[in-house]
Design a protein around this ligand. Structure first.
Ligand code: GTP
Ligand code: MG
Length: 198
């Protein structure tokens, strides 16, 4: 995939607000502050297409972006941020699950997780939804620049073991250095190949 254009379409909280593009959609999910918005900016080669912030909980709505008039990137609100009000937290689960369950054009989800953390309930809940709704998912381990090479590999193995998946299933990523960008784009390309027999 070569990104030629990328533009914001709209924000939404519920299905009747989702844009009617008919284009295949790739969604980016993960805990608050994990680097979802930064990853999208990195992949589309734009510094500020998506607002990022060192204050977790920046993205509260489902944001849709048109890429090349060819596909749609979806920046999902982050979960698990303590300072978000209880009321807002209650809205998060249904907002995300409704999106995953109903979005016909959803082709794949990138589940982002900070490489320095261990997966917890939030990650397993997301991974569970993906398998329940039969949505192809890839786990991207972010902020890989924060660890040295050896620590990186060790942490990758620990996380892979927690998910009970081979290490090859994960992408080490850094929006700061661009590490893993090609791998993320390759997964997206793969997801966009029409299924055989369609
Ligand atoms: P919410 O919108 O709150 O859910 O957060 P988000 O997942 O969109 O995170 P965002 O992209 O806004 O990044 C959060 C903070 O982490 C920002 O200060 C980023 O600059 C920083 N950050 C994101 N990716 C990386 C990375 O790969 N390496 C480093 N060192 N910092 C990163
Ligand atoms: Mg964000």
């Amino acid at each position: 995939m070569i990104v030629k254009s990328a533009e914001f379409i709209k924000s939404a909280t519920k299905p009747d607000q989702y844009p009617n593009t008919g284009l295949p959609e790739i969604a980016f999910a993960g805990r608050s502050n994990v680097g979802k918005s930064s990853l999208i900016n990195c992949v589309v080669n734009r510094k500020n297409l998506v607002k990022t912030s060192s204050t977790p909980g920046k993205t509260r709505l489902i944001n849709f972006f048109n890429v090349n008039e060819e596909l749609v990137f979806v920046d999902l609100p982050g979960y698990g941020y303590a300072k978000v009000s209880k009321q807002e937290k209650k809205k998060w689960g249904p907002m995300i699950e409704t999106y995953l369950a109903n979005r016909q054009t959803l082709t794949g989800v990138m589940l982002l997780m900070d490489l320095r953390r261990q997966p917890r309930d939030d990650e397993f809940l997301m991974a569970g939804w993906l398998s329940h709704y039969e949505i192809p998912g890839t786990i991207v381990l972010t902020k890989a620049d924060k660890l040295k090479k050896q620590a990186r590999q060790k942490q990758l193995q620990t996380i892979a073991r927690d998910f009970d998946l081979p290490v090859d299933n994960f992408i080490l990523f850094s929006s700061k250095t661009g590490m893993g960008k090609e791998a993320v784009m390759a997964v997206i390309d793969q997801l966009l190949v029409p299924a055989h027999g369609d």
